[in-house]
Design a protein around this ligand. Sequence first.
Ligand SMILES: [Zn+2]
Length: 49
Amino acid sequence: MNCAICKATIEQTFLNKIIGTYVKKDSKRHVVCFACQKKLPHKELVEKL
Ligand SMILES: [Zn+2]
């Protein structure tokens, strides 16, 4: 699984939870890594998807 913005590989915990977040756009779920989530406000995340 890769970040939809920076394409970095997204790690998963042993419980299969991603180290990052899901951002919904056009009723599709995109995965965004923790670094991008911290760096960009939600609005900008959606714009970059
Ligand atoms: Zn990223």
